[in-house]
Design a protein around this ligand. Structure first.
Ligand SMILES: *Cc1c(COP(=O)(O)O)cnc(C)c1O
Length: 217
């Protein structure tokens, strides 16, 4: 199937409460344009310069999401181009985003870590305290949480993690924190994520096909 058919097939299954983010990392602008032509608006990138370059090349149309781990010295490529930065995991990063955003606050999500030491993200037990700290950072607007469960062949293995993220956001909202968005679910487990309350699903290879191998940055 082609890009248009893949987008249509996924959209047909999405509840109206869920936004599909087409993850176009490593894909050429032509692929983004093909998806755009079907009415797909939200796109995800996780390399800062790649987002900048594609946004410049394509111009108006896409609503970009930065979904990778962002280094502070690369914030300048992303602010002003991304509608939402998904994986904010330090106060210093949030402050840099805020500083570059000025009055037009940038939407951010907190990247949550489920106890995997080698991964980035705020540990589950510290997320709500971090969310409270973010309220004091000007130029950023906290909108919710994002996570990637530990990898597994079985999509259902992600279910307890998705449930935990949803429960954490609900607890935060009960405390008055603006944790309305849940960015969770990828090509192999987006259906499971939706069952557990995802509002944003990030789907790459199921739309654009398998990615060429690329060295992690
Ligand atoms: C690449 C990527 C995705 C999409 O992955 P697929 O398995 O191709 O759908 C989603 N989220 C993040 C953070 C990614 O880096």
């Amino acid at each position: 199937m082609g890009i248009a058919e893949n987008v249509a097939a996924i959209r047909a299954e999405l509840p109206s409460t869920v936004t599909l983010i087409a993850v176009s990392k490593t894909r050429p602008a032509a692929d983004v344009r093909e998806a755009l032509a079907t009415g797909q608006v939200n796109f995800g990138e996780n390399y800062a310069q790649e987002l900048r370059d594609k946004a410049e090349e394509i111009g108006a149309g896409p609503r970009w999401h930065f979904i990778g781990s962002l280094q502070r010295n690369k914030v300048k490529y992303v602010v002003g181009r991304a509608a939402l930065i998904h994986d904010v995991d330090s106060l210093a990063l949030a402050e840099e985003i805020g500083k570059r955003s000025g009055d037009a606050a940038t939407g951010i999500l907190i990247g949550v870590n489920f106890g995997e030491e080698q991964k980035s993200g705020i540990p589950v037990g510290q997320v709500l305290e971090f969310a409270r700290q973010l309220a004091g950072v000007s130029g950023v607007a906290l909108r919710g949480l994002m996570a990637i469960p530990p990898p597994s062949e079985d999509p259902e293995a992600a279910a307890p993690y998705f449930a935990e993220l949803a429960a954490l956001a609900a607890k935060g909202r009960a405390d008055g924190l603006p944790l309305h968005e849940l960015s969770m679910g990828m090509s192999h487990d987006w259906r499971v994520a939706i069952r557990h309350g995802a509002t944003l699903v990030r789907v790459g290879s199921a739309i654009f096909g398998a990615r060429p191998a690329k060295a992690p940055i």
